[in-house]
Each structure stands twice: as structure tokens, then as C-alpha cells.
Design a protein around this ligand. Structure first.
Ligand code: GLN
Length: 548
């Protein structure tokens, strides 16, 4: 969303921090709760940023399997981070950097490097104070330049891995003024068999938090429904906070509606009051309303899109799902994404492909599923079905065209088939010597020049774009000539690197070596996704597939 509220950092405010912890179990959506609070503060005119703490030993998420952790989200500086950072970027409409994702791996690596270089002057290096000091430093640095910084601790209170972080937050709060820090604890409020909202898990979880020396200021209860007044009173009494500081986070149809629910409950007002910011906040009627307008925009119908990937897990392709949704907000249509297993084009999956009005082939690594992806490209190309290929999807479109149109039998990406007679996709020259897997790809934002008069130029409305990358392979320059006279055109490039491809005489066929999905936001959808969805809607309408 364009910076709608005049949220300008006001140094006289000093930083305020909202620490967010989770109890009872993971997956309660504390990131979304935090991001929603942040969104409302932003609407009220404050400059908001966030830090996600991941207590795992990986230095970053770059080497992690999407099946376990969901997608690896890529930041403009090339940081490969937890997908929660994507939520913060989308909700707060900010661009973050790797410094906003604190991991145990990063912290320990840094402290151990300092120890090796003799920085600690003979001291015994310990979790307290050396690791905790480093954690506090990282939080303070990431918060610089913002009025309010949300700090979310991943995992659940009580996890061994999380302990140093909670201790660091305890010290942090001790060092800062009371009115600059708020602790929010997100817990689960389940129903009993007879339909009663149960507060015991919350009580136990808060007891655990307090045993570490932290006292929540705010408790948010995740529940199927809103918390009943009686439930809130009980939580307040047993957890020692005012009833007004207990909030609900009920199920909603769309995560983008959480800020609206949170606003209704007055969480933003409570935070603003507790921080003593009431005078600085924009009056309610002057607050930015664009978020609400965008996420509740009228939908005319529904379309179905096939996503041909390896993982039967929405989180593994989260930013793509979100980008399609953003394009849907813009074009007034609901998008249903059907996963098609690239590994096994069983009839059931092939049928899903045919039922859909558009095909997305996402990024990926390794051999598994590549044949299915190539088949899906062929299906879309030959049948005039709108196609969007992202990174590996772009590469497989090049391979498919080389094989089936240019007649280069056995053409492939050298990543998948090292012995291919036609490595139309080959390793980037600068990657020859790379041995380490972590953080060594071509990463982050790079400029792409766009050829005037092309579909890409139409979509971006500019002669260049800046999108985020994460790849080791690219179109092999030895084959540029082979593609020269065909219908497949490289309409975007960066020097010798081909970045965008499109097909002439096709309703919509676009591939990008970069990942446009990481820059899409509600209210500022990504151009390739908007163009794709528009073509999908046209096809659905032609097939009368749009159900009102
Ligand atoms: N595996 C391919 C490469 O490294 C594509 C990467 C991706 O899809 N993110 O180039």
C-alpha cells in the first residue's frame, strides 16, 4: 500500500517496543497478531518495523526445507529469512533487511567469531551476558529509525532454545523506561466439550512466562470465536492484568481481516494509551483507511488457478498465494489455488490442471518434479492457457520451448541433468567455485531492463524493474542465437542475463528469472500477477467458468 498515513519517524518519540511471545502451542498466528497491531499503529501515523526472532541454530532460513518451515522469503538485501518476515512486509508495507531476522545461528556465530579474534580479552564467554547482550544490540539496531518496533519470539515459551531470548527481553525491559515496553502474550483458548471457553492453558502459560521474570501487559486469546466477557475477566483475574488488556483473536476468513478485528476490540487504542502516544496519534477519522478498503473490496466472482509444485503445503508457496490474492483485490475476483503435484502427473492432478484457467509454475530446486513442470508448461503453451513461470518455472519454460519448438532433443537445465546435450539453463559463471550452500546464490534485488513494446513493458509500465532473486542457474548465453527467431522472446535482461520471457501469439505466457511474489502487497499488487490474473479471468469468462 502506498505510504498512505503520514507515518514519518519522529525521533523525539524514542523507540517503543512490543514484545510478542506465544504460549500453549505454536502456530497460533502470533506473527499475524503482531503484524496486525503494527498495521493499525501505522494507520495511526507511526513508523513501525518488526524483528522476528527464530531460536533455531540455522544462521538463516536459506538452507531450510520448505516442507518443514514453509517458503524461504527473500529480502531486498538478499537475506533468506523466515516467512513471517513476509507477513510483516505485507502488513506494514516496509522493506526489511536480514538484520530484522535474529537467529541463534547468527548470534552465536558472531559471538564466537569475536571470541576467536580476542575481543573478549580473556573473559569466559557465556550465554549471559555475551549472547544476551548481542541479542539486545540486534534488537536496538533493527529498531533504529522507527517509532514502534514489534519483536516476535518464535516458538513457545518454555522451549529450551527460546530461553536466552526471553532473558534478553527481560533485561531489555529493565534497561528501558516502563512506558516504552509492552509484553504481549498470545495463547490458546480452547472450548470444552460442553462449549465453554477454557482459560486454564492460558493461566499455565502465563505462569511459565512469569517464572522467567516477564509479566504480560496484554494477553491475546486465540479462539474459534471472540472471547466472552466472562472469559476475559477470568484471564484478567488469574493473570493479573486489567480486563481491558485481554483481547480476542478469533478465526477469520482471511488473515488480512485480522487488523479489522483487532481494531474493533480496541487493541491499537490500548497500545497507544499505554505508550502515552494518544496525543501523537492521528485522530480516528483521519487515520488511513486504505487497508480496509483493499482487503474488503467487492469480488465479482471466483477463478481457479493451478500451482504445479512439489509441496502439498500452502506455506511452501505462501508469497505466491498472497500475490494472487493481492491481484484479486485489485481485479475484484477471488482466486482459488489448486495444488498440482509436479512429481506425479496422476490423472487426478492432470484434471486439476485442466479445470483451472491458469497455470503457475513456481521456483524450486533439484530434479524432483521437473518433468511434471515441463509438461505443465507444454500444456499451457499449446492450449493457450495463461501461464506464469517463476524462477525454476521460467527455466522450465525455456527447456520446454527448446525441446518442443526448437527441436533441441534432451535440452535441460544443467542443475537437473548434468549430461544434457543442450544445457539451455546453466550454472552462473560466478557459481563455479561456490561450495557452501548457505547465502551463496544470486540473491536479492537486481535491476532488470525491459524491452519497450513487450508484454513485460506493458505490465510494469516502465523500462526497468527491481525485483528479488534467488538462483544459481540462468539461460545459457551459448543458446541466445537459437532463440532469436522464435516466438519466445526475452523481454527483460540484465546485461547478459535473461530475466523475463514471453511468448508472442499467446493470451498470456510470462516467465521471470526473479521472484516478483516477494514485492507484492495488498494495494500494490505485483504487475506480472495482475497481468496473469487478468488473462485468467478472460479465459474463465470465455469458458463461463466465473461463478458469481
Ligand atoms: N534451482 C534453480 C536455480 O538455482 C531455480 C531457483 C529457484 O527457483 N528459486 O537457478
Amino acid at each position: 500500500m502506498p505510504t498512505d498515513s503520514d507515518s514519518e519517524y519522529d525521533p523525539s518519540l524514542g523507540n517503543k517496543f512490543i514484545f510478542v511471545t506465544g504460549g500453549v502451542m505454536s502456530g497460533l498466528g502470533k506473527g499475524i497478531t503482531a503484524a496486525s497491531t503494527g498495521r493499525l499503529l501505522k494507520n495511526a501515523g507511526f513508523d513501525v518495523t518488526a524483528v522476528k526472532i527464530d531460536p533455531y541454530l540455522n544462521v538463516d532460513a536459506g538452507t531450510m526445507n520448505p516442507y518443514q518451515h514453509g517458503e524461504v522469503y527473500v529480502l531486498k538485501d538478499g537475506g533468506e529469512v523466515d516467512l513471517d518476515l513476509g507477513n510483516y512486509e505485507r502488513f506494514l508495507d516496509v522493506d526489511m533487511t536480514s538484520d530484522h531476522n535474529v537467529t541463534t545461528g547468527k548470534t552465536y556465530q558472531h559471538v564466537i567469531e569475536r571470541e576467536r579474534s580476542g575481543d573478549y580479552l580473556g573473559k569466559t564467554v557465556q550465554i549471559i551476558p555475551h549472547i544476551t547482550d548481542d541479542i539486545k544490540r540486534r534488537i536496538r539496531e533493527a529498531a533504529e529509525g522507527s517509532d514502534v518496533c514489534l519483536v516476535e519470539v518464535g516458538g513457545t515459551v518454555g522451549d529450551i532454545e527460546g530461553m536466552p531470548y526471553l532473558e534478553a527481553l527481560r533485561q531489555f525491559a529493565h534497561e528501558e523506561d516502563d512506558e516504552d515496553i509492552l509484553f504481549t502474550h498470545v495463547t490458546l483458548v480452547p472450548y470444552s466439550k460442553n462449549g465453554e471457553q477454557k482459560t486454564k492453558p492460558t493461566q499455565h502459560s502465563v505462569k511459565e512466562v512469569r517464572s522467567i521474570g516477564l509479566q504480560p501487559d496484554i494477553i491475546v486469546g486465540r479462539c474459534d470465536d471472540e472471547l466472552e466477557p466472562h472469559t476475559k475477566e477470568k484471564i484478567a483475574l488469574f493473570c493479573d492484568i486489567p480486563t481491558e488488556a485481554v483481547f480476542s483473536n478469533p478465526d477469520v476468513e482471511d488473515v488480512y481481516h485480522v487488523p479489522l478485528v483487532v481494531e474493533e476490540e480496541g487493541l491499537d487504542e490500548y497500545v497507544i494509551d499505554r505508550f502515552g502516544l494518544a496525543e501523537r496519534a492521528l485522530p480516528r477519522e483521519e487515520r488511513a483507511n486504505e487497508w480496509r478498503e483493499v482487503v474488503t473490496s467487492e469480488k465479482e466472482g471466483e477463478v481457479e488457478v493451478a500451482l504445479v509444485g512439489k509441496y502439498d503445503l500452502e506455506d511452501a508457496y505462501m508469497s505466491i498465494h498472497e500475490s494472487l490474492k493481492h491481484a484479486g483485490f485489485d481485479l475484484g475476483v477471488d482466486v482459488t489455488v489448486r495444488w498440482v503435484d509436479a512429481d506425479e502427473m496422476a490423472p487426478r492432478h492432470a484434471r486439476r490442471l485442466e479445470d483451472a484457467d491458469g497455470v503457475v509454475v513456481p521456483g524450486g530446486f533439484g530434479m524432483r518434479g521437473t518433468q511434471g513442470k515441463i509438461d505443465a508448461v507444454e500444456y499451457a503453451r499449446a492450449n493457450d492457457v495463461p501461464f506464469l513461470g517463476l524462477c525454476l518455472g521460467f527455466q522450465m519454460a525455456v527447456v520446454e520451448y527448446a525441446r518442443n519448438v526448437l527441436g533441441l532433443a534432451g535440452a535441460h537445465s544443467a542443475e537437473v541433468d548434468a549430461d544434457t546435450p543442450h544445457p539451455v539453463i546453466d550454472i552462473l559463471p560466478e557459481q563455479y567455485e561456490v561450495e557452501d550452500m548457505g547465502g551463496t546464490m544470486r540473491l536479492g534485488t537486481h535491476e532488470t531492463e525491459i524491452e519497450p513494446g513487450t508484454l513485460a513493458h506493458d505490465l510494469y509500465g516502465a523500462e526497468s524493474c527491481h525485483e528479488r532473486h534467488r538462483h544459481r542457474y540462468e539461460v545459457n548465453p551459448d543458446y541466445f542465437e537459437a532463440f532469436e527467431d522464435g516466438a519466445l522472446v526475452f523481454s527483460g535482461s540484465a546485461g547478459n542475463r535473461m530475466e523475463i520471457l514471453e511468448l508472442e501469439d499467446h493470451p498470456f505466457f510470462l516467465g521471470t528469472q526473479f521472484h516478483p511474489e516477494y514485492r507484492s502487497r495488498p494495494g500494490r499488487p505485483s504487475p506480472p500477477f495482475v497481468g496473469f490474473l487478468d488473462a485468467v479471468m478472460d479465459r474463465a469468462e470465455a469458458r463461463e467458468g466465473v461463478t458469481a
